[in-house]
Design a binder for this molecule. Structure first.
Ligand SMILES: C[S@@+](CC[C@H](N)C(=O)[O-])C[C@H]1O[C@@H](n2cnc3c(N)ncnc32)[C@H](O)[C@@H]1O
Length: 265
């Protein structure tokens, strides 16, 4: 896990960092768990960032019917992955490219897989959070700092090559819809504040006011379980639609981003 100073004399005015993630493969049971926890199907396009020998993308194609892209900085590994895909009979569904993960267009991915290092995950985080709401991100072992996973599982890996703990963690995030701000549906006004998957809502309209906090699960903006009933909302193409008829808000009510300080009916 080299992450050290470049071999230049101390006289250099700035510090240069050599950044690299070593090639260590994800064991097969962990690969399957990563694809399982993301619920990969034939409808998915899986992008593995730092694809190594291509095992995650090849398994996604062979076992789950998904298409996939692997990007990898080491040309020999890209050649090896391409050959593995050909031998596995999934060359038509998969592509491997010599490319820097930080220069990769992720927008076609419905599932992004990572086995990198914590600081790499953090550097990728803004680009991951900007992906289409509901996109699944799966990381082997490393998390995303204060963007907490939606789910984590732990697997025994008796022959794990690194670390003392012979276990792997698999973390799953669903990119939360970006709902922060004010929304209007006629005279009803919904104000939302958001931190990753957590939100607080204030709903005003007529004489009534409701406030609550809850979680965002991809495109679903869900109220807390228990306590007074609060509306469930669904993000859809830039609008928020009430999926339940509670708190004086009929099901199907459609909120658009507020254009002014007040909502008028
Ligand atoms: C820990 S390995 C994981 C390989 C594979 N994803 C797996 O889980 O088996 C990380 C891979 O990322 C590659 N890598 C590191 N930095 C990269 C970068 N900036 N762009 C593309 N690939 C990179 C490494 O060469 C290495 O093959």
């Amino acid at each position: 896990m080299a992450h050290g100073h470049a071999a230049t004399p101390a006289a250099a005015p700035t510090t240069a960092w050599v950044e690299e993630v070593p090639f260590i493969t994800t064991p097969d049971n962990v690969t399957l768990e990563m694809l399982d926890i993301a619920g990969v199907t034939a409808a998915d396009h899986v992008i593995d960032l730092g694809s190594g020998d291509g095992r995650i993308v090849v398994t996604a194609a062979k076992r789950f019917g998904a298409s996939g892209l692997g990007v990898e900085i080491v040309p020999d590994l890209v050649r090896q992955a391409t050959e593995t895909a050909r031998r596995a009979g999934v060359a038509d569904k998969t592509e491997f490219r010599v490319q820097d993960i930080f220069e990769t267009d992720l927008s076609a991915g419905t599932v992004i897989t990572l086995y990198l290092l914590p600081e790499f995950n953090l550097r990728l985080r803004p680009a991951l959070l900007a992906l289409k709401p509901g996109t699944r991100i799966v990381s082997h072992d490393w998390d995303m700092g204060d963007w907490k996973p939606d789910r984590t599982t732990t697997l025994e890996v008796p022959d794990k090559k690194i670390g003392l703990e012979k276990r792997s963690r698999v973390h799953l995030w669903r990119v939360p819809a970006r709902v922060e701000g004010a929304w209007c549906a006629g005279a009803r006004r919904l104000e939302l504040t958001q931190t990753f998957q957590s939100y607080r809502a204030v709903l005003k309209g007529g004489d009534t006011k409701h406030d609550w906090s809850g979680r965002i699960d991809g495109v679903s903006v869900v109220p807390p379980v228990g306590g007074p009933l609060r509306p469930s909302l669904r993000w859809s193409e830039g609008a928020l639609v009430a999926t339940t008829g509670v708190a004086g808000l009929p099901a199907g009510t459609r909120f658009q981003r507020a254009a002014a300080d007040r909502c008028t009916g």
